[in-house]
Design a protein around this ligand. Structure first.
Ligand code: 5GP
Ligand code: ZN
Length: 220
C-alpha cells in the first residue's frame, strides 16, 4: 500500500542511503521528503509503535510524547536551517554585509548579524495526512520546487490545513479539526506566502510569481 511507504524508514532506517535518511535514534527517524515542495523539506517520523499509527490530533494529546517530539524537532530545525543557509546563503545581502565587515581593514566591534535561517523553517502537520504513519513536516517557507505541481500541494502548506506543531494539543472545539473547513481550505484561492497577493485558481500564474519571490527572498 503506497500510503504505508513511510513505515520502512521507521522500521529499518539503516537500510536507506544517507541522502534519504538524515539521522535516526530510538525516538525518531529524520528523512528527506521524496517529493520536496520547497528548497528544504524534511519529515520527522516518530518510532513509538503506540503512536506511529495515530492521527496527529490524537498522538499529540499525550503531553509527554509531545514534549519529547518538540525536543527532537528543535534539533531537526537547526539542521534544516543550516542546510538552507548552505543552499542559498551566498545570495543574502545581510550575509554579504557581515562578510564585508569581517574582512574590512578595521572590522567593527559588533558585526552585522547576517541572516537567521531558523525563522524560514516551518514545522507542522497536515489536517488530513495522505500518508498513514505519523510524520511532521519541516519545510522552508519558499514553496519553490518543481515537485509543486498541484493546487493541493500549495494550499496544504499555505492555509490552516497546515497545522503548526506549536498549536498542539488542539482544544476540543478548535475549528482546525473540522473536516469541511479543512477540505474548503484546499480549494481556496491561491495566496502568495510572501506578499499576500492572490491568484484565484491560476496555478501557472502562482508558480511564476513564486519564482520571482524566491529570487527576492534569497537576497534578504
Ligand atoms: P502528508 O500529506 O501525508 O502530510 O505528506 C506526506 C509526504 O510524504 C508528502 O510530502 C510526500 O511527498 C512524502 N512522501 C510520500 N511517499 C514518500 C516516500 O516513499 N518516501 C519519502 N521520503 N517521502 C514520501
Ligand atoms: Zn508575492
Amino acid at each position: 500500500d503506497i500510503r504505508s511507504g513511510l513505515l520502512a524508514y521507521i522500521l529499518q532506517p539503516t537500510t536507506f542511503s544517507s541522502g534519504q535518511v538524515i539521522t535516526h535514534n530510538d525516538h525518531i527517524v529524520l528523512i528527506r521528503d521524496a517529493f520536496p515542495k520547497a528548497t528544504v523539506h524534511l519529515l520527522l517520523l516518530p518510532r513509538d509503535p503506540d503512536k506511529r499509527d495515530l492521527h496527529p490530533h490524537e498522538a499529540f494529546e499525550d503531553l509527554d510524547f509531545l514534549m519529547m517530539i518538540r525536543t527532537q524537532v528543535s534539533d531537526a530545525v537547526k539542521l534544516a536551517a543550516s542546510e538552507l543557509s548552505r543552499l542559498i546563503g551566498s545570495f543574502s545581502i545581510a550575509n554579504q554585509a557581515r562578510i564585508e565587515a569581517m574582512e574590512s581593514e578595521e572590522p567593527p566591534d559588533v558585526l552585522p548579524a547576517g541572516r537567521d535561517y531558523l525563522k524560514d523553517i516551518r514545522v507542522g502537520v497536515h489536517a488530513h495526512p495522505s500518508m498513514h504513519h505519523l510524520h511532521i513536516h519541516i519545510i522552508s517557507r519558499d514553496m519553490h520546487s518543481d515537485r509543486l505541481k498541484h493546487r493541493k500541494h500549495y494550499n496544504s502548506f499555505n492555509t490552516e490545513f497546515f497545522i503548526p506543531l506549536d498549536d498542539y494539543p488542539l482544544s476540543p472545539d478548535d475549528r482546525k479539526r473540522d473536516v469541511r473547513f479543512q477540505n474548503n481550505n484546499l480549494k481556496e484561492d491561491f495566496k502568495c506566502w510572501r506578499c499576500g497577493k492572490t491568484f484565484g485558481n491560476k496555478f501557472q500564474k502562482l508558480k511564476e510569481h513564486l519564482d520571482e519571490e524566491f529570487d527576492a527572498w534569497k537576497r534578504e
